[in-house]
Design a protein around this ligand. Structure first.
Ligand code: SF4
Length: 76
């Protein structure tokens, strides 16, 4: 699970669908509480996220990337 806080628009769909994995900071942007136990657990939130801030990824990816990283990757 990789989260780009720079892409997050604070819609909160991830928190509503999977509160055990996601939370929101005071500015409304997503926080990753922990990595999912399996891809299925996170896929619902990935599919619901309107901004593309959530992504399923391999274990070598960092869990949280900033806005510059996301832009450099052409992600979002
Ligand atoms: S659903 Fe997407 S845009 Fe909404 S808070 Fe979660 S990561 Fe951010």
């Amino acid at each position: 699970m990789v989260v780009s806080r720079g892409l997050c628009i604070g819609a909160g769909q991830c928190v509503l669908s999977t509160p055990e994995l996601f939370d929101q900071s005071e500015d409304g942007r997503v926080l990753l509480r922990r990595q999912p136990d399996d891809a299925g657990q996170a896929r619902v939130a990935v599919d619901l996220c309107p901004s593309g801030a959530l992504r399923l990824a391999t274990g070598r990816s960092r869990a949280v990337v900033d806005e510059q990283d996301a832009t450099a990757k052409g992600w979002g």
